[in-house]
Write a protein that binds this ligand. Structure first.
Ligand code: B3K
Ligand code: ZN
Length: 876
């Protein structure tokens, strides 16, 4: 396999100024006639070879300036078309290709989902539509004519504005012509054709331009689009207010399809979505779904500026658009909802997905230096760590400095395909700061470990804080340089109030931020009469791990008094982690557990604190997951021991705090009308968390209460929570509930995905067989990525004891499934394969069984490039 390297980047030899596509749609024989105006670049010698990318294309004809080329005048390989062009500065290339959308099971390029034609071109799907320089630094103005039968495809969409529609004389066909005035890379091209319903709304930009907004869905699903439309309008307004960014076309279209490899795609003016991130009503969507829809609609919309108007020079710069756009969607959700609750949710996600990635064989820098398959780099590191890096920039430069740098970026690079260097330069120029060392965040993989030591001297009332940093060695990165780490902090006095900070050294401390720039650094604070409690990394101001000696008393103190809500939550989590680690060790050694009284007391304080938002309470009451705990243990991990320790701890807390938890679980206002707003969602989250504890308790009434919640739920959040508890605990009533849920939701694929996932994640021995049965279920659809993920991905990533079974059968099931899926859809297969990424951290027996399963995948001769890349790196 070829490795593509950042250092090998060469600007394109030819650009395509305009691309006129005429697409004659047919399920098995679509014709694409591409008329490309090619412009030779100043540095390119006249007549230098022109190489166009292609993948799985049937070439019918090719002409230069209208003259057909004979087949000896060009070379076609499986991945390219090469020809010697005319020596002039510009010429026109006309290429006709034939495609078979129905045979496209990879869901890259042009394919059909439930009969609707749609496209996915990022990162390199356009080359599956026509021969083209399929790279993000070739920007072209597109005019697209679509033609299809009127009956089958009344709706014809492409990027930009609609120019013309009409009938094709003497046929049953019609056409539409779309023109996108904004030059764009091929990965942002899209078309959709089919028989779809739409809901319409409108928006007036800050400058007074009217914009038509449409969401297209399958007929009958119109009523499920209101939340998405509302989210879109709020996103558009917010981007104007928060970043001064206006929309720039007459129409903004969103199309929801059911077969989609990822969440959604930001094609210019024509976003295509996995319908999971569009469709919602209380009957089928959870509170989490509502929040996700709001965030993904916003994310794709925000790409219009960060990604589309300013795009990436090459795919190594992927975080330029993704990290920045995730940062923007996080800020949007924080403004729409509770900022601390959103921050905690984002950090949990980062620790759950990105930290393990960054600690294992698939670790890579936020800006990778090489890749074999770019589609494997749409990772938590590029997205979520990428967003954290942008957030640190904001912390370092302050809100005003950050905003002025971003304004300069929009100003300076609008219409360009650019780089991380150019991005950082804008912040340097706007604020006069030097970001050389900061740039290391883009270059080095691995999560820095920050260690903390303190010393209080009552004689001179001084307090010393010594901080050091290191990045543990990784494959291909033996040593790392010190990064610049902004640590937001506070020192708490005996009354729990933040002390006034006095230190002589302003190069290390600015306001409430410590800048850790060297491998180790000591800061001395003056006027500190009593040893303070240190609250470090407030708001999770840097994507690092912290090791700090903190007693249960210190943590209880912080959990109660810290003025930073994130760190209040973190203190509870740290205490819970300490308890979980000690108890996991006790399970393994078969010795008695230490008391959990400290943790119980802290949770009690949380529950009794009337000032706390219910959503925050729910988060504080959620113990670190089994995956988090495995990550904290680091090596020789026994998932069964973690599971046993965690389950027993939950049961103990449930019994101890029953007087507080039971009323929350029981007296929840189930009759009040449903509303998806954040405050109502927070109340549901807290009640469901209490119900979750109660289900683990020794109270004999628990089974009845969970059944009752299932039967009386008036929304999906409550219903699926209750169903999951019934199934995971094997409670009486579970089978009936599964049946009832299935009858009720048989026609909603999104609701049924939850049913499949609830079953696949049950931490029970029989789940292995259940998963095999689920794959054989008539409702299982191997061609539908959401359904495959609901079963297999849920099992592999959400069921640690069963995936990592001591008999290896969980690994084998996933390995076999990967091989099966790979034949149809490499992107879905390789994503599933990444669930092995922490295999080396498992205890000996399990890790060697995981290795055998990986070797079995590796030995397949027909592996896609996607899976080959993942399996090679995972085994390295
Ligand atoms: N840019 C797309 C992701 C494309 C993934 C290609 N394998 C969605 C997004 O990040 O908004
Ligand atoms: Zn994105």
């Amino acid at each position: 396999p070829t490795t593509i390297k950042l250092e090998d980047y060469q600007p394109p030899a030819y650009r395509i100024e305009t691309a006129n596509l005429n697409v004659l749609l047919d399920p098995t024989a679509t014709l694409v006639i591409a008329e490309l105006k090619v412009v030779r670049q100043p540095d390119t010698k006249p007549g230098a070879p022109l190489i166009l990318d292609g993948d799985n294309l049937k070439l019918l004809s090719i002409a230069v300036d209208g003259a057909p080329l004979q087949s000896n005048a060009y070379d076609v390989t499986p991945s390219a078309l090469e020809l010697t062009p005319p020596t002039g500065d510009t010429f026109t290339l006309t290429i006709t290709t034939e495609l078979n959308p129905d045979a496209n099971t990879q869901l890259m390029g042009l394919y059909r989902s439930s009969g609707t034609y749609c496209t996915q071109c990022e990162a390199d799907g356009f080359r599956r539509i026509t021969y083209f320089p399929d790279r993000p630094d070739v920007l072209s103005v597109y005019t697209v004519r679509l033609e299809a039968p009127r009956d089958a495809c009344p709706v014809l969409l492409s990027n930009g504005n609609l120019i013309k529609t009409g009938l094709v004389p003497d046929t049953d066909r019609h056409f539409a012509i779309w023109h996108d005035p904004h030059p764009k890379p091929a990965y942002l091209f899209a078309l959709v054709a089919g028989d779809l319903a739409k809901i319409t709304d409108n928006f007036t930009t800050a400058s007074g331009n009217p914009v038509e907004l449409n969401i297209f869905v399958e007929h009958g699903k119109e009523a499920l689009c209101d939340w998405a439309m509302d989210s879109l309008k709020r996103s558009m307004r917010w981007d104007e207010e928060a970043f001064g960014r206006e929309y720039d076309l007459d129409v903004f279209n969103i199309v929801a399809v059911s077969d989609f490899n990822m969440g959604a795609m930001e094609n210019k003016g024509l976003n295509i979505f996995n319908d999971k991130y569009v469709l919602a009503d209380p009957e089928t969507a959870t509170d989490q779904d509502y929040a996700n829809i709001e965030a993904v609609i916003a994310h794709e919309y925000f790409h219009n500026w960060t990604g589309n108007r300013i795009t990436c020079r090459d795919w190594f710069q992927l975080c330029l658009k993704e990290g920045l756009t995730v940062f923007r969607d996080q800020e949007f959700s924080a403004d729409m909802r509770s900022r601390p609750v959103k921050r905690i949710a984002d950090v949990k996600l980062l620790k759950m997905h990105q930290f393990p990635e960054d600690a294992g064989p698939l670790a890579h820098p936020v800006r990778p230096r090489s890749y074999q398959e770019i589609n494997n780099f749409y990772t938590a590191t590029i997205y979520e760590k990428g967003a954290e890096v942008v957030r640190m920039l904001q912390t370092l430069l302050g809100e005003d400095g950050f905003r002025s740098g971003l304004d300069l970026y929009f100003d300076r690079h609008d219409g360009e395909a650019t780089t991380i260097e150019a991005f950082l330069k804008c912040f340097e120029d706007a604020t006069g700061s030097d970001l050389d060392q900061f740039a290391l965040w883009y270059e080095q993989a691995g999560t820095p470990l920050v260690s903390v030591n303190t010393a209080h001297n009552p004689k001179d009332n001084s307090f010393k804080l010594t901080l050091s940093q290191e990045i543990p060695p990784l494959p291909g990165q033996q040593s790392a340089k010190a990064a610049v780490i902004p640590l937001r902090f506070g020192l708490l006095g005996p009354d729990g109030q933040d002390l006034e900070i006095t230190t002589g050294d302003s190069t290390k401390v600015t306001g409430d931020v410590i800048l850790l720039k060297r491998p180790a650094q000591t800061i001395t604070f003056q006027n500190v009469p009593d040893a303070p409690k240190v609250s470090l990394l407030r708001g999770f101001s840097a994507p690092v791990r912290l090791t700090q000696d903190q007693s249960a008393d210190d943590l209880a103190f912080l959990a109660k008094h810290d003025s930073d809500p994130y760190n209040r939550w973190q203190a509870v989590q740290t205490l819970a982690t300490q308890t979980l680690l000690a108890r996991t060790e006790a399970v393994r050694r078969k010795v008695a557990f230490a008391s959990a009284a400290d943790l119980v007391a802290v949770l009690q304080t949380v529950l009794e604190d009337d000032r706390l938002d219910p959503a925050l309470k729910a988060q504080a009451l959620t113990l670190p997951s089994e995956t988090d705990t495995a990550q904290d243990i680091g090596n020789n991990v026994d998932p069964d021991a973690i599971h046993t320790a965690r389950t027993r701890l939950i049961a103990e807390i449930a019994d101890e705090l029953q007087p507080l938890l039971l009323p929350l679980a029981r007296d929840y206002a189930k009759d009040s009308a449903f509303s998806p707003d954040a405050a109502s969602a927070g109340k549901r989250a807290l009640s469901n968390r209490a119900l979750h504890y109660h289900a683990h308790s020794s109270n004999p009434g628990a089974v009845a209460l969970v059944n009752d919640r299932f039967e009386n739920a008036n929304n999906m959040t409550d219903r699926i929570m209750a169903l999951t508890l019934l199934v995971h605990h094997g409670f009486e009533g579970a089978m009936d509930a599964l049946q009832a849920f299935r009858s009720r939701h048989a026609t909603s694929a999104l609701a049924m995905d939850k049913w499949f996932a609830a079953r696949a994640t049950a931490p029970r021995d029989e789940t292995l067989q259940v998963v095999q049965d689920l794959i054989a279920d008539p409702l299982y659809e191997p061609s539908n990525p959401n359904r495959v993920r609901a079963v297999l991905h849920s099992f592999a990533t959400g069921n640690p004891t069963q995936f990592s079974r001591a008999d290896g059968k969980g690994f084998n099931l996933i390995a076999e499934s990967v091989l099966q899926i790979d034949k149809r859809n490499p992107q879905v297969a390789s994503r599933l394969l990444t669930s092995f990424r922490s295999w080396r951290a498992l205890e000996g027996r399990r890790s060697s069984l995981a290795e055998s399963a990986l070797l079995r995948v590796s030995s397949s001769e027909e592996l896609s490039r996607d899976c080959r890349d993942i399996v090679d790196r995972t085994l390295q």
